[in-house]
Ligand binder design. Structure first.
Ligand SMILES: [Zn+2]
Ligand SMILES: [Zn+2]
Length: 326
């Protein structure tokens, strides 16, 4: 509405006022340049994106970065790329992005870290597209009830579950990952991303915002595990960004490089497997606790011809790892 010319008086007035505002904004620039806002309320920041011209401006940064070797773009280059003749109008929209998404620098403007992140999300379709794939039957049985398993991708989330709605694998993927992809490809991609995420989380780093986090494990049973080894879970949560993780504790073992090598040697590269079927996830685990020491978790798992014995400390890190071959 801001950008169309309407012949009603009200619209004309609104336009005239806005032009005046834009001029004033320009006049104030000398002051605001000196003291750019340090923090921006997230709601205000996203409100600044509620206009297609501003999204076009962010995209113009991307086009320029792809064509030139510098992240700095001149005002006139941006305006030409967006195709807006009215310099005052263009400046108004650029100013709405300043602080949170765009900053002024020597030689022009560049994206802030948040600007780059939001641009990546826009390109990936996170905020706009809705693709649906499946449900597609998989050659896999539920590890809880043995019912047939299928995979669905909907609203940016891949879900693998059985007919009795046991969730086996749930992972968020941006819609551009799903464009033209098969469900099998999405499962493999999500598996790769899950391994990368948990590698960081086990080390105490949030994979979404890189804050420091304190992972550990939780027992949902009485300390002795159920037959399929799932009542003890590795869990973590990030106070800074609210991301949360929860998997059967044996999954942690799959993120260990020596276990990854073992599967590779046996001709089963981890990232091509349905991880929810793998031995460390489905085998029984034992919670070792004492009055004085923090609790630890023990696993003894046969992987092919190799018996793996592992102990995980209270943070879920692998403290001891032994291999024995028949
Ligand atoms: Zn099931
Ligand atoms: Zn976080």
């Amino acid at each position: 509405m801001d950008d169309t010319t309407d012949d009603s008086d009200a619209e004309m007035d609104a336009n005239t006022n806005r032009e005046t505002d834009a001029d004033e904004f320009t006049a104030e620039n000398a002051d605001t340049d000196a003291a750019a806002p340090a923090r921006v309320d997230p709601a205000d920041a996203f409100a600044a994106l509620g206009n297609s011209i501003r999204v076009d401006i962010l995209r113009a940064f991307l086009e320029h970065q792809q064509a030139a070797a510098t992240p700095v773009v001149q005002f006139s280059t941006l305006r030409r790329a967006v195709g807006l003749r009215d310099s005052g109008q263009f400046r108004y929209h650029l100013e709405q992005l300043r602080g949170a998404f765009v900053e002024k620098c020597d030689g022009g403007y560049r994206l802030t870290y948040a600007g780059s992140a939001v641009l990546t999300a826009i390109v990936a379709g996170t905020y706009t597209d809705t693709d649906t794939l499946g449900p597609t039957p998989l050659d896999s049985a539920c590890t809880f009830c043995e019912a047939a398993v299928s995979a669905t991708y909907r609203d940016g989330v891949l879900t693998v579950s059985c007919g009795n709605e046991h969730p086996l694998f749930v992972w968020a993927l941006p819609p551009n990952a799903a464009a033209g992809a098969s469900i099998e490809h999405l499962i493999e991609l999500a598996t790769t991303l899950a391994f990368q995420s948990y590698e960081l989380v086990v080390d105490g780093t949030c994979s979404e915002c890189y804050s420091s986090i304190a992972p550990g494990f939780e027992s949902t049973g009485d300390g002795t595990d159920d037959a399929a080894g799932r009542s003890i879970r590795f869990t973590a949560a990030c106070d800074a960004c609210s991301a949360a993780w929860s998997v059967p504790v044996g999954f942690v073992l799959l993120t260990h490089p020596e276990i990854e090598r073992l599967y590779h040697r046996q001709g089963r590269p981890l990232r091509t497997q349905y991880w929810w079927e793998l031995e460390p996830v489905t085998s029984a685990v034992e919670l070792e606790s004492s009055e004085t020491d923090p609790p630890r978790v023990r696993l003894s798992v046969d992987i092919g011809d190799t018996t793996v014995r592992a102990t995980l400390d209270e943070t879920g890190s692998v403290a001891e790892l032994e291999f024995a071959t028949d």
